[in-house]
Design a protein around this ligand. Structure first.
Ligand SMILES: [Zn+2]
Length: 309
């Protein structure tokens, strides 16, 4: 490892809502500079292709097509979701689940959460992890992590029938396990740590309309970001979400994805699209650092802005 080694830590927080972080002024999440990210290049705002794009630098159009077809057939395209919201009957209601399980899954190659959970590795795509000497991740959607398995789906259904507690307990348990993994990774000498949690996404889907409860969980994430900062004061820290979460219109406390994401950095650097994260990380990769020293090339990638506060 080179002597100018700077550790990079990415905290990937699925479903982290930009407007709530700003409203509650969560300083360890906001960091030195922060912004919304623009998701207009993604055909559907769904989790696996978003995280996959962050580590590969591009949107996989074939995976996108699979998701688009799936959401259309399952009646989850944005027009129908909006209609269901207006009726105060946020998806998935029972007929949709039945259609999904019995008619859609068999013809579209299985649940896309599962069939695309590892698409980056299955397709052997080049990732940012190849650019570092010793990188670590606890698994990202699209890269070895299933965010919606059968347990999660059953508990979510139970939540939609009125009993949210088991689902929330499940989300908290998963979060605690992931938090432990992060804390022990920080004790090792990894040069890139890309940590992921689906905590706020899961909680948000069933609690977005209950702000007081959401605050509790956002404070926890802010505390975790503070712990990471205190433990690794010299590290470059990026915090990123794939999309945010807004309360669904109509009755209930359900949440639906908002059509923008969140990004913040400890350095003042900013990106406007999730897949620009790849380029940003590449800029700090060991090989690039060495090359920069030799050629004294100070011109940075075009997609990265820098704000000095
Ligand atoms: Zn997500």
């Amino acid at each position: 490892m080179s002597d100018d080694f700077t550790r990079i830590i990415v905290l990937g927080i699925d479903g982290l809502e930009y407007s709530l972080v700003e409203e509650w002024k969560l300083e360890y999440i906001l960091q030195r500079a922060h912004c919304r990210t623009d998701l207009s290049d993604y055909d559907v705002v769904v989790t696996p292709p978003l995280w996959g794009s962050m580590i590969t630098g591009k949107i996989d159009r074939e995976v996108m097509r699979r998701w688009k077809l799936h959401t259309l057939l399952a009646g989850m395209d944005s027009m129908r979701v909006k209609l269901a919201e207006k009726l105060g009957r946020y998806l998935p209601h029972r007929p949709t689940i039945w259609v999904w399980n019995h008619l859609v899954l068999p013809v579209t190659g299985g649940n896309p959460f599962e069939s695309t959970a590892d698409y980056v590795k299955k397709k052997n795509l080049h990732t940012i992890f190849h650019e570092f000497e010793k990188s670590w991740t606890n698994g990202l959607p699209g890269y070895g992590r299933v965010v919606s398995n059968s347990t999660a789906r059953e508990l979510l259904l139970e939540a939609f029938r009125g009993n949210r507690k088991p689902y929330i307990r499940y989300a908290i348990q998963l979060y605690k396990e992931d938090r432990e993994r992060l804390l022990s990774a920080l004790d090792r000498d990894y040069d890139l740590i890309f940590w992921y949690t689906c905590f706020l996404d899961k909680i948000g889907h069933v609690c977005a309309g209950n702000k007081l409860e959401m605050l509790k969980y956002y404070l926890e994430i802010n505390q975790l970001a503070k712990r990471v900062k205190k433990k690794c004061p010299d590290a470059i820290i990026y915090i990123i979400s794939d999309h945010g979460m807004k309360p669904a219109e109509g009755a209930g406390k359900w949440g639906v994805h908002s059509d923008y994401g969140f990004f913040s950095s400890s350095t003042g650097e900013l990106i406007s699209k999730p897949y620009h994260l790849y380029e940003l990380l590449l800029r700090h990769a060991p090989g690039i650092r060495t090359r920069k020293r030799v050629y004294l090339d100070s011109s940075g990638p075009t997609n990265i802005r820098k704000i000095n506060k």
